[in-house]
Design a protein around this ligand. Sequence first.
Ligand SMILES: [Zn+2]
Length: 434
Amino acid sequence: MSKVKTSFYCQSCGAQSPKWIGKCPSCGTWNSYVEEIVSTAVQPNEWKSAEKKKGEKANKAQLIGDINPDNSPRIVLPDQELNRVLGGGLVPGSLVLLGGEPGIGKSTLLLQLAVQLKGQRVLYISGEESEQQIRLQVEQVEPGLLIIDSIQTLYSSSYESAPGTVTQIRGCAGELLRFAKETSTPVILVGHITKDGNIAGPKVLEHMVDTVLQFEGDRHYIYRILRSVKNRFGSTAELGIYEMQGTGLKEVPNPSQVLLSQRDLTLSGTAVACTMEGLRPFLIETQALVSTAVYGTPQRSATGVDLRRLNMLLAVLEKRCGFRLAAKDVFLNIAGGIRVEDPATDLAVISAILSSAEDIPVDAHTCFAGEVGLTGEIRPVNRIDQRIREAARLGFNTIYISRYNLQDEIIKAEKEINVVKVSKVEEVFQGLFG
Ligand SMILES: [Zn+2]
């Protein structure tokens, strides 16, 4: 008689250990190991009937010159933001993971997609289902798109662990991957994560799936952002923006206008940055509040931008502009609950800080696009022509950029808007308030 074989798995990253460990050596999470039964006796069932109907895809070797990356047909979705993030539509036979905090709107997004998608049968499976039930449904419906909401609730009898454990998630995802590849049916999996990303699922699945989409945003704000974290079939730089309304999620095709619409133009401490997310330029408002520190240690807080970046910019302002910010609390916020990573936001951030510190408003029709270096130099940013054009289109009459941006990129745009070229943070201060 053989003993039941068990192993311990980190529920956060999927690392395996023969004995229980308090702290995961691979991801550093405490108390994340759970004992799961490892079974090799039962082989996972194959998707035999589905295979027969659609025919197995032959994987034969091809000359690299014969492979045309553009000829992979895509299912163009009715949701333009989703198309953009996926890189032009859904690739048949791809396995897509949509991750995000509970309640952020993942199911809403996919249900809307299922309802709007014309000419394709969509099988939407939600709640706890066993793999046998799903197979039965797939055989009956023969869907053009399969959506599983969520991967944490699936279970397969091939694995003896409880639903939601690493073994189950990995096993079920593996079977769905096989199904997707063998039948050329795209499969979208929903995966829940908590705020610190600690619940099993998305993390262990990331390297199994073709595309990982992250749905993020603050539940208290109406904007949601769809990012691609991994994409075998496209760029990961693209971004989709949605507005959560009472009737569902609405695409935001023109984010600049929406994000700038509720500005009070007479207040100090705000500056508009022209950022790029993917291939799309858009303008966002940065807000800073500089006040005398109440406690001995001044507070520094940043929402929507990296706090370390804010600290670095404050150090530059202190050193290069002689601003005594050491005894000041500094709060920074990106309006609309949006998170930006584009370094071109730097120039707007320091302008907002200076504006708040001096209590002088920045001109409402001025915006900024430049990176700030450690020596206080204003560094050039990419796609400056597109940024300038977007600013001009939205009615801005002045834009601050780096002096080191290539001249021929700017010439054409210069007719539409006043371009101020700066090379040091001191010049920004002079230009704005001097
Ligand atoms: Zn771990």
